[in-house]
Design a protein around this ligand. Structure first.
Ligand code: M6R
Length: 397
Protein backbone atom coordinates (compact mmCIF):
# COMPACT_ATOMS: atom_id res chain seq x y z
CA UNK A 1 0.00 0.00 0.00
CA UNK A 2 1.32 3.42 -0.97
CA UNK A 3 -0.58 5.13 1.83
CA UNK A 4 -0.19 8.90 1.64
CA UNK A 5 2.47 8.72 -1.05
CA UNK A 6 1.91 9.04 -4.81
CA UNK A 7 4.51 6.40 -5.58
CA UNK A 8 6.05 3.40 -3.93
CA UNK A 9 9.46 4.88 -4.63
CA UNK A 10 8.69 7.95 -2.51
CA UNK A 11 7.30 5.74 0.24
CA UNK A 12 10.37 3.53 0.17
CA UNK A 13 12.68 6.56 0.31
CA UNK A 14 10.79 7.64 3.43
CA UNK A 15 11.04 4.19 4.95
CA UNK A 16 14.83 4.29 5.04
CA UNK A 17 15.17 5.21 8.72
CA UNK A 18 13.05 2.18 9.65
CA UNK A 19 14.77 -0.08 7.14
CA UNK A 20 18.22 0.96 8.40
CA UNK A 21 17.22 0.45 12.01
CA UNK A 22 16.18 -3.09 11.07
CA UNK A 23 19.40 -3.62 9.15
CA UNK A 24 21.67 -2.85 12.10
CA UNK A 25 19.45 -4.10 14.90
CA UNK A 26 21.22 -6.64 17.08
CA UNK A 27 24.33 -6.52 14.91
CA UNK A 28 26.29 -3.90 16.85
CA UNK A 29 27.15 -4.70 20.42
CA UNK A 30 28.39 -1.73 22.43
CA UNK A 31 28.54 -3.55 25.73
CA UNK A 32 31.64 -5.61 25.03
CA UNK A 33 34.68 -4.60 27.12
CA UNK A 34 36.94 -4.73 24.13
CA UNK A 35 34.94 -2.01 22.43
CA UNK A 36 32.22 -2.13 19.83
CA UNK A 37 32.01 -5.44 18.07
CA UNK A 38 29.72 -6.81 15.48
CA UNK A 39 27.32 -9.03 17.25
CA UNK A 40 25.95 -12.20 15.76
CA UNK A 41 22.51 -10.60 15.61
CA UNK A 42 21.09 -13.64 17.31
CA UNK A 43 19.59 -14.14 20.70
CA UNK A 44 20.79 -16.94 22.92
CA UNK A 45 18.53 -19.40 21.15
CA UNK A 46 20.15 -18.54 17.86
CA UNK A 47 17.16 -16.61 16.56
CA UNK A 48 17.98 -13.51 14.61
CA UNK A 49 16.77 -10.38 16.34
CA UNK A 50 14.80 -8.96 13.45
CA UNK A 51 12.61 -6.62 15.42
CA UNK A 52 9.62 -7.22 13.23
CA UNK A 53 7.53 -10.06 12.00
CA UNK A 54 7.50 -9.05 8.37
CA UNK A 55 11.03 -8.12 7.49
CA UNK A 56 13.34 -10.31 5.54
CA UNK A 57 15.72 -11.44 8.18
CA UNK A 58 16.67 -14.60 9.84
CA UNK A 59 18.07 -17.97 9.23
CA UNK A 60 18.03 -18.69 5.54
CA UNK A 61 18.65 -22.34 5.28
CA UNK A 62 21.80 -21.69 3.25
CA UNK A 63 22.93 -25.18 2.79
CA UNK A 64 26.51 -25.73 1.82
CA UNK A 65 28.07 -28.84 3.20
CA UNK A 66 31.41 -27.13 2.76
CA UNK A 67 31.08 -24.03 4.91
CA UNK A 68 27.69 -24.06 6.45
CA UNK A 69 26.91 -27.60 7.48
CA UNK A 70 24.13 -26.63 9.86
CA UNK A 71 22.19 -24.80 7.22
CA UNK A 72 22.08 -21.48 9.05
CA UNK A 73 22.74 -17.93 7.96
CA UNK A 74 25.95 -16.07 8.47
CA UNK A 75 24.42 -14.33 11.44
CA UNK A 76 24.65 -17.54 13.39
CA UNK A 77 28.35 -17.97 12.57
CA UNK A 78 30.83 -17.21 15.35
CA UNK A 79 33.67 -14.66 15.17
CA UNK A 80 36.51 -16.17 13.18
CA UNK A 81 34.27 -17.08 10.26
CA UNK A 82 36.50 -15.18 7.84
CA UNK A 83 39.90 -16.03 9.29
CA UNK A 84 40.87 -18.03 6.20
CA UNK A 85 39.76 -15.46 3.65
CA UNK A 86 42.67 -14.03 1.65
CA UNK A 87 40.77 -12.19 -1.09
CA UNK A 88 37.25 -11.00 -1.78
CA UNK A 89 35.45 -10.61 -5.09
CA UNK A 90 32.09 -8.86 -5.34
CA UNK A 91 29.72 -9.69 -8.18
CA UNK A 92 26.60 -7.58 -8.72
CA UNK A 93 24.48 -5.58 -11.19
CA UNK A 94 23.08 -2.06 -11.30
CA UNK A 95 22.46 -0.45 -7.94
CA UNK A 96 23.84 -3.50 -6.15
CA UNK A 97 27.08 -3.08 -8.12
CA UNK A 98 27.39 0.42 -6.71
CA UNK A 99 26.84 -0.89 -3.18
CA UNK A 100 29.54 -3.49 -3.84
CA UNK A 101 31.98 -0.78 -4.95
CA UNK A 102 31.39 0.87 -1.58
CA UNK A 103 32.07 -2.43 0.25
CA UNK A 104 35.25 -2.92 -1.76
CA UNK A 105 36.56 0.46 -0.65
CA UNK A 106 35.85 -0.22 3.02
CA UNK A 107 37.70 -3.53 2.82
CA UNK A 108 40.61 -2.16 0.82
CA UNK A 109 41.11 0.56 3.41
CA UNK A 110 41.60 -2.17 6.03
CA UNK A 111 44.16 -3.94 3.85
CA UNK A 112 41.77 -6.69 2.70
CA UNK A 113 42.19 -7.39 -1.03
CA UNK A 114 38.83 -6.83 -2.70
CA UNK A 115 37.63 -6.43 -6.28
CA UNK A 116 34.21 -5.67 -7.77
CA UNK A 117 32.91 -7.13 -11.02
CA UNK A 118 29.82 -6.51 -13.07
CA UNK A 119 28.14 -9.89 -12.84
CA UNK A 120 27.30 -10.03 -16.55
CA UNK A 121 31.00 -9.82 -17.36
CA UNK A 122 32.21 -12.07 -14.54
CA UNK A 123 29.85 -14.82 -15.67
CA UNK A 124 31.51 -14.72 -19.12
CA UNK A 125 35.11 -14.44 -17.93
CA UNK A 126 35.46 -15.22 -14.20
CA UNK A 127 38.48 -13.91 -12.34
CA UNK A 128 40.85 -16.51 -10.88
CA UNK A 129 39.84 -17.83 -7.45
CA UNK A 130 41.08 -20.39 -4.94
CA UNK A 131 39.47 -21.82 -1.83
CA UNK A 132 40.57 -18.81 0.23
CA UNK A 133 38.62 -16.48 -2.07
CA UNK A 134 35.26 -15.29 -0.83
CA UNK A 135 32.91 -14.30 -3.67
CA UNK A 136 30.06 -12.10 -2.44
CA UNK A 137 26.97 -11.74 -4.59
CA UNK A 138 25.24 -8.47 -3.75
CA UNK A 139 21.65 -8.80 -4.98
CA UNK A 140 18.51 -7.28 -3.49
CA UNK A 141 16.21 -9.84 -5.09
CA UNK A 142 18.59 -12.78 -4.93
CA UNK A 143 17.26 -13.71 -8.38
CA UNK A 144 19.34 -11.69 -10.85
CA UNK A 145 20.43 -14.17 -13.51
CA UNK A 146 23.89 -12.69 -14.14
CA UNK A 147 24.70 -12.59 -10.43
CA UNK A 148 23.50 -16.15 -9.89
CA UNK A 149 25.54 -17.37 -12.84
CA UNK A 150 28.66 -15.57 -11.51
CA UNK A 151 28.21 -17.17 -8.09
CA UNK A 152 27.81 -20.60 -9.68
CA UNK A 153 30.93 -20.13 -11.80
CA UNK A 154 32.89 -19.09 -8.70
CA UNK A 155 31.61 -22.03 -6.63
CA UNK A 156 32.39 -24.63 -9.28
CA UNK A 157 35.99 -23.42 -9.31
CA UNK A 158 36.32 -23.81 -5.55
CA UNK A 159 35.56 -20.34 -4.16
CA UNK A 160 33.45 -19.85 -1.08
CA UNK A 161 30.27 -17.88 -1.82
CA UNK A 162 28.13 -15.52 0.21
CA UNK A 163 24.79 -13.94 -0.77
CA UNK A 164 24.11 -10.45 0.54
CA UNK A 165 20.40 -10.13 -0.18
CA UNK A 166 17.03 -8.84 0.95
CA UNK A 167 15.05 -11.96 0.26
CA UNK A 168 15.11 -14.93 2.57
CA UNK A 169 14.59 -18.08 0.54
CA UNK A 170 15.83 -16.45 -2.69
CA UNK A 171 17.89 -18.54 -5.09
CA UNK A 172 21.11 -16.72 -4.13
CA UNK A 173 20.47 -17.26 -0.42
CA UNK A 174 19.74 -20.93 -0.98
CA UNK A 175 22.62 -21.67 -3.31
CA UNK A 176 25.46 -19.80 -1.59
CA UNK A 177 27.55 -21.21 1.22
CA UNK A 178 26.43 -18.36 3.49
CA UNK A 179 23.88 -15.58 3.40
CA UNK A 180 23.64 -12.23 5.11
CA UNK A 181 20.31 -10.42 4.95
CA UNK A 182 19.96 -6.69 4.53
CA UNK A 183 16.53 -6.62 6.26
CA UNK A 184 15.19 -3.67 4.27
CA UNK A 185 11.66 -5.05 4.00
CA UNK A 186 9.83 -5.47 0.68
CA UNK A 187 10.71 -3.01 -2.11
CA UNK A 188 8.04 -2.56 -4.78
CA UNK A 189 9.40 0.31 -6.91
CA UNK A 190 11.64 -0.83 -9.75
CA UNK A 191 14.16 1.81 -8.68
CA UNK A 192 16.19 0.44 -5.78
CA UNK A 193 16.27 2.97 -2.93
CA UNK A 194 15.99 1.66 0.61
CA UNK A 195 17.68 -1.56 -0.42
CA UNK A 196 20.78 0.37 -1.53
CA UNK A 197 21.02 2.07 1.88
CA UNK A 198 20.53 -1.23 3.69
CA UNK A 199 23.04 -2.99 1.44
CA UNK A 200 25.62 -0.33 2.20
CA UNK A 201 24.98 -0.52 5.96
CA UNK A 202 25.19 -4.32 5.84
CA UNK A 203 28.42 -4.13 3.84
CA UNK A 204 29.87 -1.75 6.43
CA UNK A 205 29.01 -4.29 9.15
CA UNK A 206 30.42 -7.14 7.09
CA UNK A 207 33.61 -5.23 6.31
CA UNK A 208 34.11 -4.59 10.01
CA UNK A 209 33.49 -8.25 10.77
CA UNK A 210 35.99 -9.36 8.13
CA UNK A 211 38.51 -6.75 9.29
CA UNK A 212 38.17 -8.19 12.79
CA UNK A 213 38.76 -11.75 11.56
CA UNK A 214 41.52 -11.29 9.00
CA UNK A 215 44.97 -10.86 10.53
CA UNK A 216 46.63 -7.47 9.98
CA UNK A 217 43.39 -5.88 8.85
CA UNK A 218 43.66 -3.27 11.55
CA UNK A 219 40.63 -4.14 13.68
CA UNK A 220 37.31 -2.40 13.75
CA UNK A 221 36.48 1.24 13.14
CA UNK A 222 34.67 2.11 16.37
CA UNK A 223 33.44 5.44 15.12
CA UNK A 224 31.91 3.96 12.00
CA UNK A 225 30.11 1.31 14.06
CA UNK A 226 28.86 3.94 16.51
CA UNK A 227 27.55 6.12 13.69
CA UNK A 228 25.83 3.17 12.00
CA UNK A 229 23.61 3.07 15.10
CA UNK A 230 22.66 6.71 14.64
CA UNK A 231 22.30 6.49 10.83
CA UNK A 232 18.49 6.07 10.93
CA UNK A 233 18.14 9.42 12.76
CA UNK A 234 20.56 11.15 10.43
CA UNK A 235 18.63 9.89 7.38
CA UNK A 236 15.40 11.13 8.97
CA UNK A 237 16.96 14.57 9.29
CA UNK A 238 17.87 14.57 5.60
CA UNK A 239 14.30 13.60 4.72
CA UNK A 240 12.84 16.29 6.98
CA UNK A 241 15.13 19.09 5.88
CA UNK A 242 15.86 18.35 2.22
CA UNK A 243 15.66 21.18 -0.31
CA UNK A 244 15.95 18.82 -3.28
CA UNK A 245 12.68 19.91 -4.91
CA UNK A 246 13.54 23.60 -4.77
CA UNK A 247 17.09 23.01 -6.05
CA UNK A 248 16.09 20.86 -9.04
CA UNK A 249 13.49 23.46 -10.04
CA UNK A 250 16.41 25.70 -10.98
CA UNK A 251 17.95 23.16 -13.37
CA UNK A 252 15.19 21.87 -15.60
CA UNK A 253 15.43 21.01 -19.30
CA UNK A 254 19.19 20.80 -19.47
CA UNK A 255 21.15 18.69 -21.99
CA UNK A 256 22.59 16.23 -19.52
CA UNK A 257 23.25 15.76 -15.81
CA UNK A 258 26.62 14.67 -14.44
CA UNK A 259 27.44 13.27 -11.03
CA UNK A 260 30.99 13.18 -9.65
CA UNK A 261 32.71 11.97 -6.49
CA UNK A 262 35.92 10.43 -5.15
CA UNK A 263 36.41 7.50 -2.79
CA UNK A 264 33.07 6.30 -1.43
CA UNK A 265 31.47 9.32 -3.10
CA UNK A 266 32.26 7.71 -6.46
CA UNK A 267 29.75 4.82 -6.14
CA UNK A 268 27.25 7.35 -4.75
CA UNK A 269 27.75 9.55 -7.83
CA UNK A 270 27.24 6.53 -10.11
CA UNK A 271 24.16 5.50 -8.17
CA UNK A 272 22.79 9.07 -8.30
CA UNK A 273 23.16 9.06 -12.09
CA UNK A 274 21.63 5.58 -12.50
CA UNK A 275 18.57 6.54 -10.44
CA UNK A 276 18.24 9.81 -12.35
CA UNK A 277 18.35 8.25 -15.83
CA UNK A 278 16.23 5.26 -14.83
CA UNK A 279 13.19 7.22 -13.70
CA UNK A 280 13.49 10.62 -15.45
CA UNK A 281 14.59 9.36 -18.92
CA UNK A 282 16.99 12.31 -18.99
CA UNK A 283 20.61 11.66 -19.85
CA UNK A 284 22.85 11.34 -16.79
CA UNK A 285 26.32 9.92 -16.12
CA UNK A 286 28.29 9.27 -12.98
CA UNK A 287 32.06 9.63 -12.96
CA UNK A 288 34.99 9.28 -10.64
CA UNK A 289 35.80 12.99 -10.28
CA UNK A 290 39.41 12.41 -11.30
CA UNK A 291 38.28 10.93 -14.62
CA UNK A 292 36.70 14.15 -15.87
CA UNK A 293 39.86 15.40 -17.55
CA UNK A 294 40.29 12.10 -19.34
CA UNK A 295 37.33 12.63 -21.64
CA UNK A 296 34.01 13.65 -20.08
CA UNK A 297 35.11 17.27 -19.55
CA UNK A 298 34.62 17.74 -23.31
CA UNK A 299 30.87 17.41 -22.72
CA UNK A 300 30.67 20.02 -19.98
CA UNK A 301 28.80 23.22 -20.88
CA UNK A 302 26.45 25.67 -19.12
CA UNK A 303 23.71 23.15 -19.98
CA UNK A 304 25.19 20.25 -18.04
CA UNK A 305 24.61 20.66 -14.30
CA UNK A 306 27.15 18.74 -12.21
CA UNK A 307 26.17 17.17 -8.89
CA UNK A 308 29.37 16.93 -6.83
CA UNK A 309 29.29 14.53 -3.87
CA UNK A 310 31.47 15.32 -0.84
CA UNK A 311 31.83 12.93 2.09
CA UNK A 312 34.65 14.58 4.05
CA UNK A 313 37.57 12.81 2.33
CA UNK A 314 39.44 14.19 -0.72
CA UNK A 315 37.63 17.52 -0.40
CA UNK A 316 40.33 19.71 -1.95
CA UNK A 317 40.77 17.45 -4.97
CA UNK A 318 37.04 17.29 -5.69
CA UNK A 319 36.81 21.06 -5.21
CA UNK A 320 39.41 21.51 -7.91
CA UNK A 321 37.22 19.39 -10.23
CA UNK A 322 34.29 21.60 -9.29
CA UNK A 323 36.26 24.69 -10.31
CA UNK A 324 37.19 23.04 -13.62
CA UNK A 325 33.56 22.47 -14.58
CA UNK A 326 32.50 25.89 -13.31
CA UNK A 327 35.17 27.43 -15.56
CA UNK A 328 33.28 25.79 -18.50
CA UNK A 329 30.05 27.39 -17.28
CA UNK A 330 28.46 24.30 -15.70
CA UNK A 331 26.40 24.95 -12.57
CA UNK A 332 27.55 22.82 -9.63
CA UNK A 333 25.19 21.41 -7.02
CA UNK A 334 27.26 20.20 -4.08
CA UNK A 335 25.97 17.46 -1.80
CA UNK A 336 28.00 18.19 1.28
CA UNK A 337 28.11 18.42 5.07
CA UNK A 338 26.27 21.44 6.46
CA UNK A 339 29.51 22.45 8.21
CA UNK A 340 31.73 22.52 5.12
CA UNK A 341 31.61 26.24 4.36
CA UNK A 342 34.37 26.18 1.78
CA UNK A 343 32.37 23.86 -0.47
CA UNK A 344 29.07 25.60 0.27
CA UNK A 345 30.59 28.96 -0.67
CA UNK A 346 32.07 27.59 -3.90
CA UNK A 347 29.07 25.68 -5.24
CA UNK A 348 26.18 27.26 -7.16
CA UNK A 349 23.67 25.35 -5.06
CA UNK A 350 23.89 22.89 -2.18
CA UNK A 351 22.05 19.95 -0.74
CA UNK A 352 23.37 19.64 2.77
CA UNK A 353 23.68 16.60 5.00
CA UNK A 354 24.44 16.30 8.72
CA UNK A 355 28.13 16.17 9.60
CA UNK A 356 29.10 12.47 9.72
CA UNK A 357 31.83 9.85 9.31
CA UNK A 358 32.68 9.82 5.57
CA UNK A 359 31.33 6.29 5.07
CA UNK A 360 28.05 7.36 6.70
CA UNK A 361 27.96 10.64 4.77
CA UNK A 362 27.89 8.53 1.59
CA UNK A 363 24.51 7.09 2.60
CA UNK A 364 23.14 10.52 3.52
CA UNK A 365 24.30 12.05 0.25
CA UNK A 366 22.67 9.23 -1.66
CA UNK A 367 19.32 9.96 -0.01
CA UNK A 368 19.51 13.53 -1.33
CA UNK A 369 20.23 12.20 -4.83
CA UNK A 370 17.28 9.77 -4.62
CA UNK A 371 15.07 12.78 -3.88
CA UNK A 372 16.61 14.75 -6.75
CA UNK A 373 15.78 11.94 -9.20
CA UNK A 374 12.31 11.51 -7.75
CA UNK A 375 11.34 15.18 -7.96
CA UNK A 376 12.58 15.58 -11.54
CA UNK A 377 10.75 12.40 -12.63
CA UNK A 378 7.59 13.50 -10.81
CA UNK A 379 7.68 16.92 -12.49
CA UNK A 380 8.03 15.17 -15.88
CA UNK A 381 5.11 12.89 -14.96
CA UNK A 382 7.08 9.72 -15.55
CA UNK A 383 5.72 6.32 -14.45
CA UNK A 384 8.13 6.33 -11.54
CA UNK A 385 7.41 2.92 -10.06
CA UNK A 386 7.57 1.11 -13.40
CA UNK A 387 9.97 2.87 -15.75
CA UNK A 388 9.68 1.81 -19.38
CA UNK A 389 11.65 -1.25 -20.49
CA UNK A 390 12.70 -2.22 -16.96
CA UNK A 391 11.76 -5.02 -14.55
CA UNK A 392 12.28 -5.23 -10.81
CA UNK A 393 14.10 -8.49 -11.11
CA UNK A 394 16.18 -9.33 -14.20
CA UNK A 395 15.99 -13.08 -14.52
CA UNK A 396 17.53 -13.44 -17.99
CA UNK A 397 21.23 -13.05 -18.82
O1 M6R B 1 18.00 -7.64 -7.38
P1 M6R B 1 19.35 -7.10 -7.71
O2 M6R B 1 19.93 -6.27 -6.64
O3 M6R B 1 20.32 -8.19 -8.13
O4 M6R B 1 19.12 -6.20 -8.98
C1 M6R B 1 20.19 -5.63 -9.68
C2 M6R B 1 19.72 -4.53 -10.63
O5 M6R B 1 18.90 -5.06 -11.63
C3 M6R B 1 19.00 -3.40 -9.90
O6 M6R B 1 19.77 -2.88 -8.86
C4 M6R B 1 18.65 -2.26 -10.87
O7 M6R B 1 19.83 -1.66 -11.32
C5 M6R B 1 17.72 -1.25 -10.18
N1 M6R B 1 16.46 -1.18 -10.89
C6 M6R B 1 18.26 0.13 -10.12
O8 M6R B 1 17.39 1.00 -9.47
Amino acid sequence: EKGRYDHYMRKEISEQPTALAQTVEGRIDDTDDSGRQIDSGNDSDGNVADGSGDINAGSNGANSEKNNPEGVSLEACPPGTFTDVSAIQFVACGTSYHAALYGQQLLARRGVAAQTFRAGEYAMAPAPVDDDTLVIGVTQSGETADTLESLRRAAERGARTLALTNVVGSTAARECDDAMFIRAGPEIGVAATKTFSSQVATLALLAERIAGDVADAGGEDDQLLAELSTLPDAVQRVLDETRAMEVVDRYRGMDSYFFIGRGVAHPVACEGALKFKEITYEHAEGFAAGQLKHGPLALVTPNTPVFAVFTGRHTEKTLSNVREVQARGAPVIAVVSETNHEVIDTADATLTIPDAHPDIAAVLANVQLQLVAYHVADHLDRPIDKPRNLAKSVTVE
